[in-house]
Design a protein around this ligand. Structure first.
Ligand SMILES: NC(=O)c1ccc[n+]([C@@H]2O[C@H](COP(=O)([O-])OP(=O)(O)OC[C@H]3O[C@@H](n4cnc5c(N)ncnc54)[C@H](OP(=O)(O)O)[C@@H]3O)[C@@H](O)[C@H]2O)c1
Length: 283
């Protein structure tokens, strides 16, 4: 297994098993140079979003890298203000234009129940938005469609009207925060779990259990977290703006955590915080 290894989505599309994260990566030189460093280091899967405000820089880095578009997997996400059919359709076109691409590999609804629609029949808005995603998929603008930050009850809202089951659910999954019931629910429906914040947005690095396991395996905490994520068959999305860390985070394939080590990590609780509650976030 390496950075070019893939999982297969429910529609047969192959997706590289690790994606490079870009949330909180400042637009401009930093986004451009870190994405370029990731592509140079061998990542072939980039995760961005309209809300991150860096799609133009990500697009410039992709172009500058010279990496063949067909060997790259690019994901973006729908901004929370766009939960209508027309706005979702237009937002995808804007993401494509900003990235300088003619198609996305994966487009996600970023949050199911965002603040602008919460008191205005958010379920109806969500179903309408999903219909726009399905139509974009059928039109060939995106190779796969999915969701993010969805709990079971949000997936059930889609199930009432969907003609296509989401192929991905991208959620907060890291040591100390993994909702196994939700993971099972998704897997029963063929929905791949992408693990965002695999390092708890940087809060994981002082955990003593992980440090012990890092010492034991001769690897770093970052590598142990990524290895745990891969062995649980998640698709981790590590983010860094530093070339040496970007490179360090590619080395999650040359060792294995044994059952006892996996169980130790499985048993951690809240060590790097929890993901935001999608029914309560204020955006
Ligand atoms: N769908 C969603 O709602 C959602 C939400 C959150 C995240 N995501 C996605 O998931 C990606 C990753 O999540 P995240 O950005 O929350 O953070 P993360 O990947 O869990 O952690 C990133 C933090 O860890 C540091 N770091 C990275 N590698 C390191 C290493 N080897 N040693 C020490 N420190 C290291 C980074 O610092 P430096 O950058 O300074 O190196 C940064 O502070 C995002 O970028 C985004 O693409 C999606």
């Amino acid at each position: 297994m390496d950075l070019t290894s893939t999982y297969t989505l429910s529609n047969g599309v192959k997706i590289p098993v690790v994606g490079f994260g870009t949330w909180q990566t400042p637009d401009g030189d930093i986004a451009e140079s870190s994405v370029k460093a990731a592509l140079d280091a061998g990542y072939r899967h980039i995760d961005t979003a309209e809300m991150y405000g860096n799609e133009k820089s990500v697009g410039r880095a992709i172009k500058a890298s010279g990496v063949d578009r067909n060997s790259l997997f690019v994901t973006s996400k729908l901004n929370n203000i766009n939960h209508t059919y027309e706005r979702a359709t237009a937002a995808l076109d804007k993401s494509l234009a900003d990235l300088g691409l003619d198609h996305l590999d994966l487009f996600l609804i970023h949050w199911p129940n965002p603040a602008p629609y919460r008191n205005d029949n958010w379920e109806k808005h969500l179903q309408e938005t999903w219909r726009a995603m399905e139509d974009a998929y059928k039109a060939g603008k995106v190779r796969a469609i999915g969701v993010s930050n969805f709990y079971q009850h949000h997936l059930e809202v889609l199930e009432k009207t969907q003609t296509i089951t989401p192929m991905v659910n991208q959620i907060h999954l890291c040591p100390g925060d993994h909702d196994d019931e939700l993971v099972d629910y998704c897997r029963e429906r063929g929905i791949l779990l992408e693990a965002y914040s695999p390092f708890g947005t940087g809060k994981i690095f002082t955990d003593p259990t992980l440090q012990k396991l890092a010492d034991e395996t001769g690897h770093t905490i970052a590598q142990v977290c990524l290895r745990w994520s891969l062995q649980r068959k998640y698709l981790p999305l590590p983010k860094s703006v530093h070339a040496e860390r970007i490179e360090e985070n590619t080395h999650a394939f040359d060792f294995e955590l044994n059952d006892e080590q996996m169980k130790k990590i499985d048993g951690l609780v809240g060590v790097a915080g929890y993901g935001g509650n999608p029914d309560e976030v204020n955006f």
